[in-house]
Design a binder for this molecule. Structure first.
Ligand SMILES: [Zn+2]
Length: 393
């Protein structure tokens, strides 16, 4: 890898933004288990919860803060004293703590939701960052709905937050509205216009309403962002957040395009994805990139033949690099002879060319009625062919 690779900080919000999505809530024990998996995965920051939201949220944050000591533990707080005090209390056991305070800055949110003026918004941000700094030196400020905020006002907000001691400035695409070129220019412009911009790390937090969260997060890095907020399996409000596993592997597979890397141990990605699915009882979409059941599965005969000759013909990364099992040649209606022979061989059943032809025929026929064909099905077929009963079950 070349010398000029920039390290991107991975801020995981599976336990906060992800957990607050319908169907994904986790109790304290589940949060702890997930936090340990995120630690093993190598994330830099774990956002453990929104302590003012409920006693369970506060307790979950506290227990994660006490149990997981390598990453920074972050807690969310609105720009209100009670929120920040509660976040500070919940983070007490943490070895390294961050208070993440936020307020919307778009006129739409200020006028229609919060019913406050821009000046009142600015005052609340200044007071909140100042108060948060009394609990920790590591303070993040987020301008909710930043990508739809007035640029001049947003520049004033960012400058003030940094002046008060915010060390990370997160500018979320809260509603998943932006596109890659736009967010790249957005961050370049804000960083160019804010006089003290060099005193903070800029962060992106993208939602996937248009399926662009990962592309937007990477484009934001090209605009000078050094922290990405993301979640395992892309879970989160509505269509979800940027998916951690997709960002990590896009950067790793295309270093020729993206001079960025993360500290993630990619071999643990599949395990973390599966754990989250079990804890929340929500399946992972089978064709989900990187961690889906089919992400490395091949059924079409032409693809299976290519895979057996050289896996690079149909794979841009190795399944084992993300913790998935190697060579998943699925037997079914679309399979090829080579895959049938290879699977039989793996089961200890060396077939003659004539047997291969017959077993292959049986696989194709069974595949008409069945979604997939397992090892036991294949064993039975071989037995039938060898005993002369060639009619498939
Ligand atoms: Zn969000």
């Amino acid at each position: 890898m070349s010398q000029d690779v920039t390290r991107i900080v991975v801020f995981d919000t599976t336990l906060r933004d992800g957990e607050q999505a319908p169907g994904f809530s986790m109790d304290v024990a589940a949060k702890l288990q997930m936090a340990r998996a995120l630690d093993a995965l190598g994330v830099d920051i774990i956002e453990a919860g929104f302590p003012i939201a409920s006693p369970a949220d506060s307790e979950g944050t506290r227990q994660v803060a006490a149990a997981v000591t390598r990453p920074v533990i972050a807690a969310l707080a609105r720009c209100r004293p009670q929120d920040i005090e509660e976040a500070g209390r919940a983070l007490e056991p943490a070895k390294r703590r961050r208070i993440h305070t936020f307020l919307a800055t778009s006129d739409l949110h200020l006028e229609r939701k919060l019913r406050i003026t821009r000046e009142a918004c600015l005052d609340a941000i200044v007071s909140a960052v100042r108060l948060a700094r009394q609990y920790t030196d590591d303070v993040e400020f987020s301008a909710e709905d930043a990508t739809r905020s007035d640029r001049d006002f947003l520049c004033r907000v960012v400058e003030a937050a940094i002046r008060e001691g915010a060390t990370t400035i997160n500018l979320p695409d809260t509603v998943g509205y932006t596109v890659p070129d736009e967010i790249r220019e957005f961050f370049s412009e804000i960083r160019r216009r804010v006089p003290n911009a060099d005193k903070a790390i800029f962060s992106t937090h993208c939602h996937d309403d248009l399926g662009l969260a990962v592309a937007n997060s990477i484009a934001a890095c090209e605009g000078g962002v050094r922290q990405i907020e993301c979640t395992i399996n892309g879970i989160g409000e509505r269509a979800g957040n940027a998916s951690l596993e997709e960002i990590v592997m896009a950067l790793r597979v295309r270093p020729d395009r993206f001079p960025f890397d993360t500290g993630i141990v990619s071999e643990h990605l599949f395990e973390a994805s599966q754990l989250l699915s079990r804890l929340t009882d929500e399946p992972v979409q089978s064709n989900k990139a990187i961690v889906g059941r089919n992400a490395f599965a091949h059924e079409a005969g032409i693809h299976q033949d290519g895979m057996l000759k050289d896996a690079r013909t149909y794979e841009i990364m190795r399944p084992k690099d993300v913790g998935q099992s190697a060579e998943q040649l699925i037997l079914g209606r679309h399979s090829g002879r080579h895959a049938v022979a290879r699977r039989a061989e793996q089961l200890g059943l060396a077939l003659t060319p004539d047997e291969i032809a017959e077993v292959y025929h049986a696989v194709i026929t069974m595949g008409e009625h069945r979604k997939s064909i397992g090892d036991n099905d294949l064993r039975r077929m071989v037995e039938r062919v060898r005993t002369g009963h060639t009619t498939p079950a």
